[in-house]
Design a binder for this molecule. Structure first.
Ligand SMILES: [Zn+2]
Length: 242
């Protein structure tokens, strides 16, 4: 689709009609096209129904994401990967409960249940997620003193997972962000993508929210739009190829 739009702009209406049918198969010279990446955020057991930090309906995104993967020039994933006793866990702060907000190393920190603990079952990527197209998995949240919602940088914008450089080295200019959870890790991954100059889109049917407070999902979509993130649906990428 990205390649189609670029060609539409270049060759005009009459010529693009003949090009549309070939869009999904034509390879153009690297550097002369808009290259797109799918970023699959934290599709891990702890964020699925039954997990430590579950999203309602989170398992419904897996099939959609699998169908989306072939539509992109590059597919990468992120994996929340916390050491035991991580600073984002309520259990690390006696007297505080899940959902409370504290200050952690100078940053506002929501306290979570223990989740995505390194090497635990809950930290594993869901078995139903097709791993074959995923070029690389970027782990985050390994620093015990700062949380890391975004797949690019930690919440203090200091720690760098290497995702930005990885995408840049492959000429990626557009990203589509899917996975879990909409109101935290998907949101901040998409916001960081915009901040570093990428065109970013979030697909509403390929993500689910934690909804710590009612309406968090809707508020997140408003914030994303205000930041210049496009909001779409998987059909925008799958129509015409099924
Ligand atoms: Zn986490």
């Amino acid at each position: 689709m990205t390649r189609c739009l670029a060609r539409l702009a270049c060759v005009g209406l009459l010529a693009c009609v003949s090009l549309l049918s070939a869009c999904s198969t034509v390879d153009t010279t690297p550097g002369s096209e808009q290259r797109s990446a799918l970023i699959i955020v934290d599709v891990q057991y702890d964020f699925l129904p039954g997990g430590a930090l579950a999203t309602a309906g989170g398992d419904a995104v897996i099939g959609i994401i699998n169908a989306l993967q072939p539509q992109f020039d590059l597919v990468v994933a992120t994996q929340d990967w916390h050491p035991p006793g991580h600073g984002s866990f309520a259990s690390s702060h006696p007297g505080h409960r899940v959902g409370e907000v504290i200050e952690l190393q100078g940053l506002r920190q929501v306290l979570w249940p223990d989740h995505a603990v390194q090497h635990s079952h809950g930290a594993q990527l869901a078995a139903g997620l097709d791993r074959q197209p995923i070029a690389r998995v970027f782990r985050k949240g390994q620093n015990p003193n700062v949380d890391s919602y975004s797949g690019f940088f930690d919440n203090g914008q200091r720690g760098d997972t290497g995702l930005q450089a990885y995408l840049a080295a492959r000429g990626i200019t557009r990203v589509v962000v899917v996975g879990l959870a909409l109101d935290y890790c998907v949101k901040y991954t998409a916001l960081d993508a915009r901040r570093i100059g990428l065109h970013a889109t979030v697909l509403t049917d390929a993500t689910r929210a934690v909804n710590l407070a009612p309406g968090d999902a809707e508020q997140t979509l408003r914030e994303l739009r205000q930041a210049g993130v496009s909001i779409g649906r998987s059909a925008d990428y799958l129509d015409g190829v099924r």
